[in-house]
Design a protein around this ligand. Structure first.
Ligand code: ZN
Ligand code: ZN
Length: 395
């Protein structure tokens, strides 16, 4: 294992950092490295992101706790051995939840995107504001078969892209972009208010240039000086195996472009799972119900189970009871992204026996003969009794 880095260094902090600095630094790290943000990255990128995110989370869990932090400051790693260790086997948690926990729900879910506003520039840093394009949300429909192995899908979206006529500058000539006279290029303006306690100086985003520090004097006719044009584009989305309905995939930088060379927003793709005609899903497990005839139940039979990787033959013994559940191991779905949870779920097959409602005269006679036979008189064995007790537990 690589040498452990100092927790302050991991979060880019000084020893005396305030609690808010620590929160802010961890938020920045989570936004950058949370595995949800690297879903479409290469395997090497995903691995790096995962390691960085774990490292930052460990550092944060120690530095955010005054007790542990004091011990760490005094004794180093020896003072907090194992304190930062976390169980990642259940995945990394929802990024939005992490942000909400850090800042008390101020971000109001993904709809608000307040959590991402400051992305790309350090908290409280001076200088022109780097703008970030808006995120785009879209949906993609996938079948259970596609979820079983993962797949590539295409989504068509309309997004703002840099204007090709002016290269996104908003003007034909670079010389027409001038430093904003209101904020002198800093992107912020300061207002002074007199209060009971004296003069208070507030910094806010320059309203003239929207914080970019620049203004366009001779706007491009195509984009009216915004530097952006609307474009309909098709984006390839990789759907990892095991995704569930409602999950969100983040494609970094595939959202709207920001004006004047800012940072692109993200494309957020919500997974919409199409119901399967015969299988029901619960997490990684699948469920299938099959109704068989009385004769098949008594004599035994072979049925075809519509597993996702093709029909599976399943032998049912003579005397199969209604309510019997058979398990096809490993015929369920994989855990999403396979983060540490390698195994697949199972496919459960529930057998129900259908009793005919109408019989012809000869069928009726045949069953009448059976009625008095001792073989058909109920005489449940131990397994049967267990099954019936389970079936009747709600009565
Ligand atoms: Zn300005
Ligand atoms: Zn233009």
């Amino acid at each position: 294992m690589a040498e452990k880095r100092d927790y302050y260094e991991v979060l880019g902090l000084q020893k005396g950092a305030s609690a808010d600095d620590i929160k802010g630094a961890y938020r920045k790290a989570a936004l950058k490295w949370h595995p949800d943000r690297w879903v479409s990255g290469t395997d090497a990128e995903k691995k790096t992101a995962e390691e960085k995110f774990k490292e930052a989370s460990e550092a944060y869990s120690v530095l955010s706790d005054p007790d542990k932090r004091a011990k760490y400051d005094q004794f180093g790693f020896a003072g907090v051995e194992g304190a930062g260790a976390q169980d990642w086997s259940q995945g990394f948690g929802n990024l939005n939840d992490i942000l909400n926990n850090l800042f008390g729900g101020a971000f109001g879910g993904f709809g608000g995107f307040g959590g991402f506003e400051g992305f790309g520039f350090g908290g409280g840093q001076q200088g022109p504001r780097t703008q970030r394009g808006r995120d785009i949300r879209t949906r993609v429909r996938v079948t259970l078969e596609e979820i079983a192995n993962g797949c590539d899908k295409e989504v068509t979206i309309e997004r703002n892209r840099p204007c090709p006529d002016c290269d996104g500058r908003g003007t034909k000539h670079a010389s027409d972009v001038k430093t904003c006279p209101t904020c002198k290029g800093t992107g912020t303006v300061q207002t002074v208010t007199n209060t009971l306690f004296g003069r208070a100086i507030n910094s806010s985003v320059c309203p003239h240039c929207n914080g970019t520090g620049k203004v366009v004097t001779n706007p491009c006719s195509r984009c009216k000086g915004t530097g952006l044009v609307r474009q309909k584009e098709t984006v390839k989305v990789h759907i990892p195996a095991g995704v569930e309905n409602g999950m969100q995939l983040t494609l970094r930088g595939e959202g709207h472009s920001a004006p004047h060379g800012g940072i692109n927003g993200d494309l957020l793709v919500i997974v919409e799972e199409q119901p399967h005609a015969q299988l029901k899903r619960d997490g990684v497990n699948l469920f299938y119900t099959r109704v068989i005839s009385v004769a098949d139940a008594m004599l035994g039979c072979e049925i075809q189970v519509p597993a996702l990787d093709g029909a599976q033959r399943l032998k049912l013994d003579p005397g199969t009871q209604s309510g019997t559940v058979e398990r096809l191991r490993g015929k369920g779905l994989p855990a999403v992204n396979g983060y540490g949870i390698g195994s697949r779920g199972d496919l459960y097959v529930k057998i129900l026996v259908w009793i005919p409602r109408k019989l012809s005269r000869s069928e009726r006679e045949a069953v009448e003969k059976l009625r008095d036979s001792s073989a058909v008189r109920p005489d449940p064995n131990r397994e049967d009794r267990a099954l019936f007790e389970k079936e009747s537990q709600y009565f």
